[in-house]
Design a protein around this ligand. Sequence first.
Ligand SMILES: [Zn+2]
Length: 224
Amino acid sequence: MMRNPREVLDYLRILVDRYIPREDQPLAHGLLRRLYTDDLLDEDLVRLSAPHPDGIVPFQRAKETPTPVQLSPHFSLVELTRTSTGLLNVPGPSQVEAMSRLCRAVLEPWRDVVGALKINSGFRSPAVNAAVGGSRDSQHLRGEAVDVVPVGMGLELAWIQLARLTNLLPVDQAIAYVRPPGRGWIHVSSRAVAPRRQLLVQLADGKTYSPWATFPGPLVLSEI
Ligand SMILES: [Zn+2]
């Protein structure tokens, strides 16, 4: 029988030490992260209990945000709201719901086939969307779209797999952006109403779109 939180924590530490963390053990990962957060809390407690020479306890910023909010097993809210613009990018409840739907219904099944996907852009606040030159009614504004790059597979193959899955998944619109290797990306969206299952390819000119069904290729430009 454990009597205090300290003992419970020590017990959990022993448990975690015996785990060999693997990707399919989100529980172990969550636990490790939680223990790290607990360590930070411990440090704070020590700081608070020791009287500061000036009688003031200095404010310390948390070193790391606590356990990330997961939208689905492999995609977190942090990943889908990150922005390099430095602008505020905070989604509301309906946008979080839309992101979660996209992750669960489209990204996870696609990831099962193609492996890890790096999110380049997910939800965008109006300010972020304007800063990155997004269209005025972009689905990114509603949390319905992401721009992704496959990590362990070529863009072309990952796109072909997505196109194959589109009949089975509620893909609203998917667009392949044709660029030299390593520079292209895939935009994919899902929405609450009936999906359009529209597959397009944006050509290297950055303006012209071709339906995937009639696109002559190639999807990735060779580097000359
Ligand atoms: Zn996009």
